[in-house]
Design a protein around this ligand. Structure first.
Ligand SMILES: *Cc1c(COP(=O)(O)O)cnc(C)c1O
Length: 422
């Protein structure tokens, strides 16, 4: 599409947008009484108006049924982990048995690494991207130490080439090949939180497996943002959180994917709890842990129903829209943002877009590396009604979210930003 730098053009795109009605399903934050331009759905997704209804239904059932709610509430609490399976499976390209909502992201990362990071004397290294999200780094480091190994000799962090900001797929594949005798685990953030780079899941999984490693992905910035096919790409495991693009509320339900090939791998070491026990025998309270088949076998505790209810409200919207339509709009929306930013006079004197310009290598987020006046610019756009995200030392992240952001907002943002950098 040929973009135009005009508000009338932006408005026309909004009129033609088949997803435009979904914006009204969300509660939009305000700054000084005016609806903000909210570009931080990558950090905390907005609240669907239906969330209150879903949560209230559980509160009411709790009030009227007490413990009987486990069996007789509208959505029986005993089976709550099942209610999100189909929707989550669609979002990550999996079978329902391969996914389950549980815990928080970092907890899940530890549970997955307990099973799928099994270092031996010769094969013990972890290969990952440099500058991974801090919590992931801490998980890797502490897992390595847990196995009695030295993180400095065990974790390989891949950095971009000099004067480049993102990794080239060919360089990732070469690094896997070069370390093929020593790597036990290859793990990447599917969409890198800082640069917004969307890695080639299929190629990384293939190369990792060829090298004899297991392959995992952190989907914190990918789920609900980009389409994935974890099942056909044969990824071993993945973890995600629910409060970013999934709009499940702060600290909301996280989840895991475990590939079907491991569904019956009952011999895999795992940390167990009663909710992961064979569901037919769960209440016999007997000795001897027998895991459920599939991802369910990694659950520990009974399900946090209030959190889960909030997530169901958002997943209902994702089901109505579907990832293909969402991705289609997302490519246009972010493409338009990129076009407008690059139309700013001498923009390169002020900032670089470090997110890949190839749309297949990014989601909706653009990361702007500020060359001058970074924090000042950020404070100015905040004052002007934009909610964006500042990352030390010098990056502004902006994420126009196709579920609820508009082309006009993208246009207005670009204007505000152009004024703010000078
Ligand atoms: C947001 C995010 C986290 C947060 O971890 P929690 O356990 O949900 O607090 C971890 N890793 C990545 C890559 C993230 O983007």
């Amino acid at each position: 599409m040929k973009f135009e730098n005009a508000v009338s053009f932006a408005k026309k795109l909004d009129q033609q947008d088949p997803l435009r009605s979904h914006r009204s399903k969300f509660l939009l934050p305000k700054i000084n009484g005016k609806t903000a331009i909210y570009f931080t759905g990558n950090s905390l997704g907005l609240q669907p108006k239906s969330t209150k209804k879903f949560v209230n239904e559980e509160l009411n059932d709790w009030a009227t049924l007490g413990v009987e709610g486990h069996f007789h509430s509208k959505r029986p609490w005993l089976h709550y982990h099942r209610f999100s399976k189909k929707s989550l499976a669609k979002l990550v390209g999996a079978k329902p048995s391969e996914v389950v909502a549980m815990n928080q992201l970092t907890v899940n990362l530890h549970l997955m690494m307990t099973s799928f990071y099994r270092p031996t004397k010769t094969r013990f290294k972890i290969l990952t991207e440099a500058g991974a999200f801090s919590s992931d780094q801490y998980a890797f480091e502490s897992q390595v130490k847990f196995h009695g190994l030295n993180p400095d000799e065990t974790i390989i962090e891949l950095s971009p080439r000099e004067r480049e900001f993102t990794l080239r797929t060919e360089d990732i594949l070469r690094a896997i090949e070069e370390n093929k005798n020593e790597i036990a685990l290859v793990i990447f953030g599917a969409v890198q939180y800082y640069t917004g780079q969307f890695f080639d899941i299929k190629k990384i999984a293939e190369a990792g497996h060829q090298a004899g490693a297991t392959v995992g992905f952190d989907l914190a910035h990918a789920i609900g943002n980009v389409p994935m096919q974890l099942h056909t790409d044969k990824v071993d495991f993945a973890v995600w959180c629910g409060y970013k693009y999934l709009n499940s509320g702060a600290g909301g339900m996280a989840g895991v994917f475990v590939h079907e090939k491991h569904a019956q791998s009952f011999e895999l070491p795992r940390f167990a709890g009663w909710w992961g026990h064979n569901q037919k025998e769960r209440f016999q309270m007997k000795k001897g842990f027998k895991p459920s088949a599939g991802a369910d076998g990694w659950q520990l505790s009974n399900f946090p129903v209030l959190s889960g209810a909030a997530q169901l409200a958002s997943l209902e919207i994702f089901d109505q829209v579907g990832m293909p339509a969402l991705r289609k709009k997302s490519l246009l929306l972010t493409g338009y943002l990129e076009f407008l930013l690059k139309s700013i006079d001498h923009f390169e004197d002020y900032f670089s877009i470090i997110t890949p310009s190839d749309k297949n290598q990014r989601g909706c987020q653009l990361s702007l590396l500020m060359k001058i006046n970074g924090k000042k610019t950020f404070d100015r756009i905040t004052k002007a009604g934009v909610i964006a995200d500042w990352r030390e030392p010098d990056v502004i992240r902006v994420a126009p979210v196709p579920l609820y952001n508009t082309f006009e907002e993208v246009f207005l943002f670009a204007q505000i930003f152009a004024n703010a950098i000078r």
